[in-house]
Each structure stands twice: as C-alpha cells, then as structure tokens.
Design a protein around this ligand. Structure first.
Ligand code: GFB
Length: 323
C-alpha cells in the first residue's frame, strides 16, 4: 500500500486517459504516473475521438488495461448557452466511440466521467444515485447532462450483452489549478478568481458577478477528485453510478465573498441579475462514495481556493489564453 492509500493495482497498468492534457485529465495523469502506471494521452491533433476510426487506431495500437474517459467538450453556464449543439454532438459521439473502442481493444475496465448536470433539474434535496433517472436535467444544461447519462446506459447494456466492465462516476463542480480561466468558458470559481485578481491588478472600482447569488453549489478540489477517480476505478464495480463530491453546499454569494477576501480585492461587487442563475441547488449525496471508497475529500474550500488563486496568479498569461 502506498502512502496515499492506493495499493499496487496501478503499477505497470496500461492506461489511456482521454482529455489527459485538460484540467481534470492532467491531474489524473499526474496521479497515475506517481503510481507507476504506463499512461497514454491521445492528442487531438493525432486522434479525433469523435471519429470512430481514430478511436480504434489509438486504442487497438496501445492495448490499454484501463480507459479513463475524462475528455469532454464543456464549460460553465455561459458556454452552455453559446454552444449547445456542439456540446451535445461531441460528447455523445465521443462517449459512444470511446467505450466501443475500449471494448474492441479488449481492455479490462472503462471509467466514465459523468456530471451532476445529469440529475433531474427539479430535485431540491441532495442528489442520490437512485434519483438519477427520475426526470429531465435542468434546461440550462440538458444538452450536456443527457449525453453523459447515455454513457451509463451504454455501460449497462455492454455489461448485459458482452460482460463488459465499466463504472460511471458523477462529478460535482470542480475547481483548482489548470482550470479554464478564459472568461467565455470558465465555471464560477475560475471566473471569480480571474475577475477579482485582474480587478485588483488594474485597480478597478467594481467587479461584475452573475445572477442573484442565491444558487447553491458544491465544489470539489481537482486533485481530490483525481484521487477519488483512481480509488473508484480500483475498488468500485457496480453498474449503479457513483457520486463523487464533498457533500457540502456553498451559496454563490458566500463563494463571491470568500474569493474577494482571499484575493484581497477592496472594490465593489455588482450583481448582474440579467445573467442566469441556472439550477438553484446542486449538491451530491456522497454517502455511497464514503462507504465504497472509505474516503472523504481532504481539501477544505478556503485551502483549495488559496492554492488555485496562487496558481492563477503565477500562470496568468498562459491561463488567460487557454480555452
Ligand atoms: O459554474 P457555473 O458556470 O455552472 O455557474 P453551473 C454556477 C453559478 O455561479 C450560477 C453563478 O448560478 C452562475 O450564475 N455565477 C456568478 C457565475 N458569477 C459567475 C461568473 O462570473 N461566471 C460563471 N460561469 N458563473 C455547470 C455546467 O453548471 O455544472 C457544467 O455548466 C458542469 O458544464 C457543472 O457540468 C457540473 O454549476 O450552473
């Protein structure tokens, strides 16, 4: 057993991480390398996974033991409103191709990365895995949420017909170093960090934030999430999807105040209520996660925010350009 609780399950395993140069994927790759796995990250210039031929060429060439499908074409609420069609098509087709290519390449397991946006939009309590199929996702993210949910169905169908082993992990809102800070694509945490850090640097009198501040979200630090994904890949085998989160809600108003305090910005905050709030509450019930993985995320929100602000400030030029 290594110091981070993993066994030697990953040592010398051949692992494909789709999206392995992206935000979440790059942290998964770092963790896998520490655990001495042999990792392939398909580069989009070489393999376009929306095309089945490319997916097959990549997967049959490398012959993975495990595939972690963390690639996704997605962004925050604003991005979903700008590109709903492309988000739908790319995620749906890529998910179907990657799982089929995994099966044809004879890999022993597939790890699908899903999203809390797949849950029914009307639910108000904490989101439990057994409620996943009880209704349509919130209108602001339905085009994204349903595509990810289809991977869970594909895994179920493949198990039934082929005995294929896959798991479907439902992730809450992530944040952390290497997030997307480009304002068109950013989720709320990276958007706020960028806005406050930039406003402080430029001595701007006010920062605009979106909506009413009332929505509640749950935020999971990306390094914790990568750790949970690898634990689940090793220890979780059920076809029932598994939530990964911290189980604690933070209102957008609280988050704004926290980021303002941690960045030391002294100006005013303007709430632009013409911008959408999205779903009012999105918090995962993580009871099953704690039982199955014997794990809780170690990073508290203020600590993770400090790390992310530090990373953004140190890598601002590069981070601002990355879409
Ligand atoms: O993180 P976010 O863009 O997406 O927005 P979702 C969360 C909340 O933050 C919304 C508010 O209520 C926004 O109105 N907010 C306040 C801001 N200021 C800002 C700002 O400057 N930028 C942004 N982006 N929001 C996501 C999906 O929905 O859920 C993702 O869009 C993903 O694709 C994730 O799947 C789980 O939390 O509403």
């Amino acid at each position: 057993m290594s110091s981070d609780g993993n066994t030697d399950f990953w040592t010398r395993k051949r692992v494909i991480v789709t999206g392995g140069t992206g935000f979440l994927g790059s942290h998964i790759v770092d963790s896998l390398k520490r655990l001495r796995a042999t990792v392939l990250v398909p580069r989009s210039s070489e393999y376009n996974l929306v095309k089945m031929d490319d997916a097959l060429r990549c997967f049959q060439g490398f012959k993975p033991d495990v595939v972690i499908h963390s690639a996704a074409y997605y962004g925050g609420l604003g991005f979903n409103q700008l590109y709903p069609g492309k988000i739908f098509y790319e995620n749906l087709v890529m998910g179907a191709n990657v799982m089929e290519a995994t099966r044809l390449a004879g890999a022993e397991r597939f790890v699908g990365i899903g999203t809390a946006c797949s849950y029914p939009g009307y639910l108000e309590g904490e989101l439990k895995e057994q409620d996943l199929w009880d209704g349509p996702p919130h209108e602001s993210v339905i085009n994204y949420g349903l595509t990810k949910k289809m991977m869970a169905i594909q895994g179920w169908a493949y198990k039934k017909q082929y005995g294929f082993k896959s798991i479907h992990l439902i992730l809450t809102n992530l944040y952390g170093p290497r997030d997307t800070f480009h304002i068109e694509r950013a989720h709320v945490v990276s958007a706020l960090i960028k806005k406050f850090v930039d406003a402080k640097l430029r001595n701007e009198p006010e920062v605009e934030v979106w909506g009413t501040g009332k929505p509640v979200r749950e935020f999971l630090y990306v390094e914790d999430c990568a750790e949970a994904i690898l634990l689940a890949a090793e220890h979780y085998e059920d076809t029932m999807p598994l939530n990964l989160g911290c189980g604690q809600g933070t209102s957008i108003r609280e988050l704004v105040e926290l980021v303002q305090e941690l960045t030391g910005y002294q100006g005013n905050i303007v709430w632009n209520t013409s911008k959408p709030d999205g779903q009012l509450k999105k918090i995962l019930d993580v009871t099953r996660m704690k039982q199955a993985l014997r794990w809780t995320p170690p990073t508290e929100l203020p600590v993770g925010l400090k790390q992310t602000i530090g990373w953004y400030s140190a890598n601002k030029n590069e981070a601002d350009l990355r879409r």
